[in-house]
Design a protein around this ligand. Sequence first.
Ligand code: ADP
Length: 228
Amino acid sequence: MSILRVENLTKTYPSAGQPLTVLHEVSFDLAAGDTFAIVGPSGSGKTTLLGLCAGLDRATSGSVWVNGIQLDKLSEDERAAVRNQHVGFIFQNFQLLPTLTALENVLVPLELRGQRGATQTALELLDRVGLAARANHYPAQLSGGEQQRVSLARAFANRPAVLFADEPTGNLDPDTSERVVNLLFELNREAGTTLVLVTHDLELAAKTQRTLRLRGGRVVEEILASAK
Ligand code: ADP
């Protein structure tokens, strides 16, 4: 069953001079449990593509289906509901609720589900990402890498169908980076979460089943694990 399907996705940004098309007819189809990396030089459209797949922005043309739901037919509110229900994020600039502590951020999805022992579970998840000692810190009191790890703990709490991560190892030291990568793939194995990773880290990309290489907003190559 297709968990994320993207068909002929094109994105044009309006601009003062000439409109700028940054994605050209990108298509792919991921099944439940797939692991997928999007690579390419800076400015090639990776983050734009991730935002469209996650329903954070709308394509100029083309379609996106998440868990069989066609996003481009939905209102802003309806897309937000799909995100809350099916999607997890590890984004540099779009992640934690700033008015809640790390612990509370992880607690939200557990409490929404009415899970018993939610606080204990949330603390265990923070411990798993190495942040038990930061449980009562607010996002602004955490480094970018720590915020990313709280997002990861929240994703474990949420067990989303698809997890989108933008440069998940981008600003982490090698040890933390290894820990985050291991956790991402544990989430994939334990919860069957489909991983969609934008990364410059070719070692990380090599661990996924499929890699899409973008250049100038076009797919220039798709590499399957068997060929890696
Ligand atoms: P990457 O993630 O591969 O670095 P991006 O998706 O961030 O690439 O950007 C692709 C292109 O789109 C770049 O030329 C960037 O300047 C442009 N771009 C991104 N967001 C906007 C926006 N909101 N308005 C106009 N241009 C944008």
